[in-house]
Design a protein around this ligand. Structure first.
Ligand SMILES: [Zn+2]
Length: 561
């Protein structure tokens, strides 16, 4: 063995463009390269709002870098050997260029659902995505490293030595990972608590993890496909005989709580624009969950909270699939973290990918981006359409990032991503300012629907996904298990508006609807109210859970189940 190594070494020395290295050395260099080249957004997000002149910031940053290098080293060292090293690094180098490019350009997080989107991208979409802007990234992060990799010759060692070195180097990397983790435990734990999603910025670990998660989900899904909801769904006579198009805009709010909603009688007017419009405000609405992950699938399931079964909901289609199958034109437009499975396989788009001018920064867009092209859509509308707008809303803890300066009305407002740096008044001010912006967004949608009302009937329905704690009982943010959650996390605002034409065709009694709105309602009503308004007939429909059912003239109301 020893002589073989010497012979190869000599050959290597004679060839000028060859780099001799051990597998561990190559893996270490690759890990360091990716951590520095591909993790800018992660480090920015992790260190955001920390003072540059504080050595704690630098210590935390260095510890994060060391941990990332160690993490990638361990992952790669598990898979790399003399034979797999080059193909493995080659594939990862190319994939990582695309990851870096799209994460920076579109501000995406490469979580399992995003990876699913990527894997579902068809050829036409991919063609649009492959722009010239990709070329510099391909050269810098792809071609150069690959050129270097092609010059590498792996040093041969006896399997005994190789095994020993591998085990020792992996142990050292794990020690660095754990050691640094303990050193910066406090800020790291707070980061993971308040901004859990930043872990999906760690590249290339993010897409490797997401790929594994998607594969595992698919393996489980293959055992039992999503259960069909309302296989009998079909458009009713009202929808079939429609002469004017009907567009229902459902705005799914984020983290808006009923307690701070101006229309609900909050001490501050946080909904001045809606208050000047003839909207119907539902005062007492209970959410289905206290987090987006729980609420979204539940809101779009006909069983809802009253017959709650999480795995059943996750393994079933959402009401959007039912509506689409019946012939409703469904589009999900997202300005947040995706639709949590409820729009899987249905037309969907993200605001970041629409590039609304002046509204996006660091991959996050203001909610007005949801309105891009809405006028045009309304002008060209036909048939029955459902447009779901998923807001970023009051997504915490950085409430101050959710609204443009014009809405910074309540002052002083907390301007830190870390709520511990702010007084409770500053936190509430920033939170309420974000509500002012949602008020403006909803009023803008109504203005657009009104402007198009000479040819298009329309309905706006707004409901938040869950509430928020703003320091009451020392609780912040949300996500407390539903059974023990405080009211501020489970009570949400809900608003409805119908155009003149929609009111007439649906036969809605305004007085009756306002009366209904003063009674308790919940997310459980959403699916059935949508079926009713869009006139989709199915045995899944339960009139008792349709908020409009009791308020429609019998001649045009749905004939029960
Ligand atoms: Zn949410």
């Amino acid at each position: 063995m020893g002589t073989g190594e010497q012979v190869e070494q000599r050959k290597g020395a004679s060839s000028r463009f060859t780099i001799w290295a051990t597998t561990e050395q190559v893996v270490l260099v690759a890990s360091m390269f990716w951590v520095l080249a591909a993790n800018r957004r992660f480090l920015q997000a992790a260190l955001h709002d920390r003072p540059l002149n504080d050595w704690h910031t630098w210590g935390f940053g260095l510890a994060l870098v060391a941990m990332l290098v160690a993490l990638h080293f361990v992952l790669l060292a598990l898979l790399a050997n003399r034979w797999t090293l080059k193909p493995l690094l080659g594939v990862l180098t190319v994939a990582t260029v695309f990851a870096i490019h799209y994460m920076q350009r579109y501000g995406i997080y490469l979580d399992p659902s995003m990876l699913r989107n990527v894997l579902r991208t068809d050829v036409a979409e991919a063609g649009e995505l492959l722009g010239w802007t990709l070329v510099p990234d391909l050269v810098l992060y792809g071609a150069l490293p690959l050129l270097l990799l092609s010059r590498v010759r792996v040093v041969r060692r006896s399997w005994r030595t190789a095994l020993g070195v591998r085990a020792a180097s992996m142990a050292a990397a794990l020690a660095v990972l754990v050691g640094c983790g303990l050193l910066v435990f406090q800020p790291l734990a707070s980061l993971m608590r308040t901004q859990k999603e930043v872990r999906y910025l760690i590249t290339p670990a993010n897409y490797l993890w997401s790929l594994a998660a998607v594969t595992a989900q698919d393996a489980r899904g293959a055992a039992g496909p999503r259960q069909v909801v309302g296989s009998d769904a079909a458009l009713g006579p009202l929808a079939r005989q429609r002469t004017r198009p009907l567009v229902v805009v459902l705005v799914v709010g984020e983290t808006a709580r009923a307690a701070n909603w101006g229309l609900n009688g909050y001490a501050r007017q946080t909904t001045p624009e809606l208050a000047a419009l003839d909207v119907v405000n539902f005062r007492e609405v209970t959410a289905c969950g206290t987090s987006t992950e729980v609420s979204l699938p539940c809101m779009f399931a006909p069983v809802g909270r009253r017959d709650y079964d999480e795995s059943r909901i996750r393994n079933s289609e959402s009401i959007l699939h039912t509506l689409a199958r019946a012939g409703v034109d469904v589009l999900w437009r997202d300005n947040q973290s995706g639709c949590k499975g409820v729009c899987d396989g249905l037309p969907s788009e993200t605001v970041a990918a629409l590039h609304p001018a002046g509204l996006c920064e660091d991959g996050r867009c203001l909610d007005e981006g949801l309105l891009v092209g809405l006028d045009e859509r309304l002008r060209r509308a036909h048939g029955t359409q459902l447009l779901v707008l998923h807001q970023l809303g009051n997504h915490g803890p950085s409430y101050f990032r959710r609204y443009p300066p014009a809405f910074a009305r309540f002052q002083p407002a907390c301007a830190s991503d870390d709520l511990r740096h702010c007084t409770s008044l500053e936190i509430v001010n920033a939170y309420d300012n974000a509500l002012l912006y949602t008020d403006h967004l909803l009023a803008s949608v109504i203005a657009k629907l009104r402007a198009a009302s000479s040819r298009t009937d329309s309905v706006l329905l707004y409901v938040s996904d869950h509430g928020e704690s703003l320091g009451e009982n020392n609780l912040f943010l949300h996500g407390i298990p539903f059974a023990i959650a405080p009211r501020v996390q489970t009570r949400v605002p809900m608003v409805m508006w119908l155009s003149e034409g929609a009111r007439a065709t649906l036969g809605v009694d305004e007085q009756c609807l306002r009366q209904r709105a003063s009674q308790p309602a919940s997310h459980d009503h959403l699916a059935h109210t949508l079926l009713g308004v869009l006139d989709v007939r199915t045995r899944v429909y339960e009139p008792a859970w349709d908020l409009l059912h009791g308020c429609r003239r019998s001649s045009v109301a749905m004939a029960g189940g």
